[in-house]
Design a protein around this ligand. Sequence first.
Ligand SMILES: Nc1nc2c(ncn2[C@@H]2O[C@H](COP(=O)(O)OP(=O)(O)OP(=O)(O)O)[C@@H](O)[C@H]2O)c(=O)[nH]1
Length: 356
Amino acid sequence: MQAKIPATVVTGFLGAGKTTLIRHMLSNAQGRRIALIINEFGDLGVDGEILKGCGDATCREEDVVELSNGCICCTVAEDFIPTLEKLLARPDKPDHIVIETSGLALPQPLVRAFGWPEIRTRLTVDGVVTVVDGAAVSEGRFAHDEAALDAQRAADGTLDHETPLSELFEDQLACADMIVINKTDLMDAAGAETVATRLSESARPGVRVVRTSMGALPVEVLLGLKIGAEDDLEARHEIHHHHHDEGADDDDHDHDHAHDHGHDEFESFVLDLPEIADPRAFATRLAAMIRTHDVLRLKGFAAVTGKPMRLAIQAVGPRVDTYFDRAFTAGEARATRLVVIGETGLDRAAIAAALA
Ligand SMILES: Nc1nc2c(ncn2[C@@H]2O[C@H](COP(=O)(O)OP(=O)(O)OP(=O)(O)O)[C@@H](O)[C@H]2O)c(=O)[nH]1
């Protein structure tokens, strides 16, 4: 019998740094052949672009599979399993499979999929790595603050659930075998310590909590955890999975998991804009718009008048990063396209107007 191919699930909220961490991993893969499955919320394929563009021999384009047909945790049977099957059918099988979930995905349904009979003999979940935006947690952006929550509950007796953001965050943490506190460069030492302590305390026993910036962890830290997560799913509770019947037949893998998890609570849309004149001024306007409209995440590429290079734009909350990533290719439209993600109810017209 052949050894099972290990798969690592990388999860974490929108903008936590999953793509950055994976990119670092690929550039330091030390000869490992890593296949990537990427699932992104919002259909611009920005993460795929970034990962394919890393120009490293270890991340060949054919090793990157993008699943943009919605959120993979809800399309396990239609998308996720067939993709795994295809990777396994290749003559040159990968040494390791890395799955980047969308920032809104619940990792549990994916881990559960590895228990399916057609998969479990050939693959195993090496581990679930949950990337956390340490700075955002510090700033309380997930309201992952028990004291605040308790106060809220006290003020409103009917409040029996958390915010959509904090629920997702909890589910992603509950599934973790390793918690990566990323963006420590944006935090002071005491702040990082506080977040690390808090997350360690709420993590399952034995879960390692590591700190880093730009996801720059050695590959050996991330891969090779050898957890076999598909065999201890029960320990990884899901807040969203309310109707899950304890003791029910877990092989019933076609049952609907909470289909409302985030899909009604969050939305995304694509903004097409003309070339921009001044990247600095544009970033400032973006930040202002993001604050006004509570945009959670924004990313895409822009054409800048007079510049042959394409400008990558990444915003997580009001923090906007821009950099020229590559030249526009011949025949490629010099377009500016941004995907905007927020909680449902974004005022699309006003957002477009603010950037026009
Ligand atoms: N300052 C700082 N910025 C970071 C760090 N890690 C990632 N970023 C930036 O944060 C932004 C989001 O990073 P991504 O790696 O795209 O995050 P993601 O989790 O893949 O985002 P989604 O796929 O949208 O959920 C980018 O602008 C990154 O350059 C870090 O450690 N420090």
